[in-house]
Write a protein that binds this ligand. Structure first.
Ligand code: NAD
Ligand code: AHE
Ligand code: ZN
Length: 370
C-alpha cells in the first residue's frame, strides 16, 4: 500500500514528505495506521548523524499511537481496530532478558532492530523501488508502519485520547519509570534533575509522585523553569550563572550532595557533574540522556569508591506490555499529567518545524496529526 511518510534520506538534512510503499505484515508482524506522533530528542540525534546505529534512508519516529489495520500470520494479542502504542523496547516475555526479572531490555529482535530491519532481515518500506529502513522497531513518521507484535501495547480503554497517550511511547514513560524502576526513589529524598525537556520534566513528575523533599531543576534555558515548577520542582539553577562547577554549588546547598540525580541531556560533562553532586556513601546518579557515538564519561574512581553509584536507564526500565496499561490508567485517573508536555500541535506535513522548535528549546513536545 501507499503511505505518506517523512523520510530521512540523509544525515543532517530535513525530512522529506513523500509517498512510500509499505508491504503487508509478515508472520508475527502488524500493520498500524499511525494517527499521532511526537518528536523526541533521540529522533533529532539520529537525524544529526551522531548515532552509530543511524541508517539512511530511514523512517524515524518512536513516540506515536494508532490503530491496527491488519495482522500477519500467528498474531494473537492484537486485532484490526485495536488502539496501540508502538514500543521501541519490545517485550517478548520469553528471552533471557525478559525472564531475568532484572531488566526491561528485551533481546528478541534487538539485533535486526538496530540494523533498521524487521526480524526476518528485510524491510517493509521502499521508495521508487529502493529500500527504506525502519527505526527503533517503530517508524512512527509514516502514516502506515509495520512493527513486530511484541513491539505493541494495546490501549484497552477506547476512551484514552491517542493524541495524548502517544507520549507514553517514550518521553513520559522514560522519565517517570527512571524514578520508580531504576532509582527507586523513596519519600523525603533530595534530588537533582539536569535538563528540563520532556524527559527531565517527566522525571520531576515521578519525583513528585515519590514525595521527594527537594527537586533541584537545572537548565541553561530559564524558560524551562516555569513548567518544572508546575511539575513540582522546588529549586532552580542556571549553571551558566555560576563561576564554579555546578556540582560544587549543589553539594553546598544540600549539606553534602543529593540522594539521586538524573542526567536528561546527553552531555558527558553534565553526566560528570550529575555524578559528583551526589552525596558521599549513597548518592545515585541515573544517566538517561543519549550521548553521541564516540563520547565517553569520566570521573575520579574515588567518587565511586566513596559510595556514589552510576546507573543508566532505557525507557525508564519499563516493560511496555506489562506496565504501560497501568500508566495509561493512571493518566485516565488524573494521576499523570500529559497535557503540560504538549506545547505545540502541528499537521504531520510540518514535521520539520517540530524539529526546529525542539532545537530552539521552544517546545517540550509537538504532537503531529496525520
Ligand atoms: P530536549 O532537547 O527537549 O531537552 C534537553 C534539555 O537540556 C533542554 O531543556 C536544554 O535546554 C537542556 N540543556 C542542554 N544542554 C544543557 C547543559 N549543558 N546544561 C543544562 N541544561 C542543558 O530533549 P528530550 O527529548 O527531553 O531528551 C533528553 C535526552 O534524553 C536526549 O539525550 C534523548 O536522546 C534522551 N532520551 C533517552 C531515553 C532513554 O530511554 N534513555 C529516552 C528518551 C530520550
Ligand atoms: N543507537 C543509539 C542508542 C540510543 C539509545 O541509547 N537509545 C535508548 C532509547 S532513546 C529513546 O528516545 C535506549 O533505549 N537504548 C537501549 C537500546 O537497546 O538501544 C546509539 O547511540 O548507539
Ligand atoms: Zn525518545
Amino acid at each position: 500500500m501507499k503511505s505518506r511518510a517523512a523520510v530521512a534520506f540523509k544525515a543532517g538534512e530535513p525530512l522529506q514528505i513523500v509517498e512510500i510503499d509499505v508491504e503487508d505484515p509478515k508472520a508475527g508482524e502488524v500493520l498500524v495506521k499511525i494517527l499521532y506522533t511526537s518528536v523526541c530528542h533521540t529522533d533529532a540525534y539520529t537525524l544529526s548523524g551522531a548515532d552509530p546505529e543511524g541508517i539512511f534512508p530511514a523512517v524515524l519516529g518512536h513516540e506515536g499511537a494508532g490503530v491496527v489495520v491488519a495482522v500477519g500470520e500467528g498474531v494473537t494479542s492484537v486485532e484490526p481496530g485495536d488502539h496501540v502504542i508502538p514500543l521501541y523496547t519490545p517485550e517478548c516475555g520469553k528471552c533471557k532478558f525478559c525472564l531475568s526479572g532484572k531488566t526491561n531490555l528485551c533481546g528478541a529482535i534487538r539485533e535486526t532492530q538496530g540494523k533498521g530491519l524487521m526480524p526476518d532481515g528485510t524491510t517493509r518500506f521502499s521508495y521508487n523501488g529502493e529500500p527504506i529502513y525502519h527505526y527503533m522497531g517503530t517508524s512512527t513518521f509514516s502514516e502506515y508502519t509495520v512493527v513486530s507484535e511484541i513491539s505493541l501495547v494495546k490501549v484497552e480503554d477506547q476512551e484514552a485520547p491517542l493524541d495524548k497517550v502517544c507520549l507514553f511511547g517514550c518521553g513520559v514513560t522514560t522519565g517517570i519509570g527512571a524514578v520508580h524502576n531504576t532509582a527507586k526513589v523513596e519519600e523525603g529524598a533530595v534530588t537533582a534533575v539536569f535538563g528540563l525537556g520532556a524527559i527531565g520534566l517527566a522525571v520531576i513528575q515521578g519525583l513528585t509522585q515519590a514525595k521527594a523533599s527537594r527537586i533541584i531543576a537545572i537548565d541553561m534555558n530559564e524558560d524551562k523553569f516555569e513548567l518544572a515548577k508546575k511539575m513540582g520542582a522546588t529549586d532552580f539553577i542556571n549553571p551558566s550563572k555560576f563561576d564554579k562547577p555546578i556540582q560544587e554549588v549543589i553539594v553546598e546547598m544540600t549539606d553534602g550532595g543529593v540522594d539521586y540525580s538524573f542526567e536528561c541531556i546527553g552531555n558527558v560533562e553534565v553526566m560528570r557533574s550529575a555524578l559528583e553532586c551526589c552525596h558521599k556513601g549513597w548518592g545515585q546518579s541515573i544517566i538517561i540522556g543519549v550521548a553521541a557515538g564516540g563520547k565517553e564519561i569520566s570521573t575520579r574512581p574515588f567518587q565511586l569508591v566513596t559510595g556514589r553509584v552510576w546507573k543508566g536507564s532505557a525507557f525508564g526500565g519499563v516493560k511496555g506490555r506489562t506496565e504501560l496499561p497501568g500508566m495509561i490508567e493512571d493518566f485516565m485517573n488524573g494521576k499523570i499529567d500529559l497535557d503540560s508536555f504538549i506545547t505545540h500541535h502541528l499537521d504531520f506535513k510540518d514535521i520539520n518545524e517540530a524539529f526546529d522548535l525542539l532545537h530552539k528549546g521552544e517546545s517540550i513536545r509537538t504532537v503531529l496529526t496525520y
